[in-house]
Write a protein that binds this ligand. Structure first.
Ligand SMILES: C[S@@+](CC[C@H](N)C(=O)[O-])C[C@H]1O[C@@H](n2cnc3c(N)ncnc32)[C@H](O)[C@@H]1O
Length: 226
């Protein structure tokens, strides 16, 4: 089975021998791909979604690959389906604020979740700030190109680390790599802020100030790459 670049990168962040829950599994391609990697020897694989349609499709896909015994499907909202025998939670392909909402709804489960792997479509720095506040540090983060989009894939592990506001904004590990994806990603971020600034009404004073401040930060960081 061929995974797209984004899900492949997510799969590479999952530790062998772990027991993981993939929230918002949709077709369950990620879980099928991982379950077929016998050398990873996962203790448990659970794929969940809050809608019946995607889970029906996931069920058909499990049957196709004869993995009904290896992957458990659960229907429910976010961490409502979590059980304490799971040490790793994966959420990919959702908005960052949606992800934060999923954790906030069941904060007590963070006690037994050691590793969190996320691919938020937006609000990445809010996600990082939230999980660091909850007692995790950023173990890995990477940009990955998929068609015309560039995604961030993030891995959090239990532990304490402090970050500067610049590191939260750009990502502490992404800042050390600063590759072509970093440049392309922030050139686009700059462009989208320019458009936003032109569209914001005059009385949005604080929002405009925030956007302008971020534009200066981005320009500075891009200039350092020249
Ligand atoms: C865009 S798809 C992403 C699928 C896959 N994870 C990926 O990265 O390609 C988002 C999936 O998350 C599910 N979803 C959205 N909110 C959810 C929630 N609160 N709990 C569980 N699943 C959710 C949707 O039904 C949908 O199947």
């Amino acid at each position: 089975m061929n995974l797209n670049n984004r899900l492949k990168k997510v799969s590479e962040m999952v530790d062998p021998y772990s027991s993981f829950l993939d929230i918002g599994c949709d077709h369950a391609f990620l879980d099928i791909y991982l379950a077929r990697k016998k050398e990873m020897d996962f203790k448990k694989i659970v794929a969940s979604d809050n809608k019946e349609g995607p889970l029906e499709q996931a069920k058909k896909n499990l049957e196709k690959y004869q993995l009904q015994q290896n992957i458990e499907l659960r229907l429910g909202d976010g961490l409502d389906v979590y059980t304490t025998d799971i040490d790793t939670v994966i959420i990919s392909g959702m908005g960052g604020r949606n992800m934060i909402g999923i954790f906030k709804k069941n904060l007590e489960y963070l006690k037994t979740i050691e590793t969190i792997i996320l691919s938020p479509n937006n609000y990445q720095s809010d996600v990082k700030k939230f999980l660091v506040k909850m007692g995790y540090f950023i173990k890995d983060e990477v940009f990955i190109k998929e068609g015309k989009f560039i995604y961030q894939i993030l891995k959090f592990v239990k532990g304490k680390k402090r970050y500067t506001s610049r590191e939260y904004f750009f990502g502490p590990i992404l800042l050390t790599k600063k590759d072509a994806n970093f440049r392309d990603y922030y050139q686009r971020e700059l462009k989208s802020r320019e458009i936003l600034l032109a569209l914001l009404p005059k009385n949005y004073y604080f929002k405009k100030r925030k956007v302008k401040k971020e534009m200066i930060l981005i320009k500075d960081e891009l200039e350092k790459m020249l």
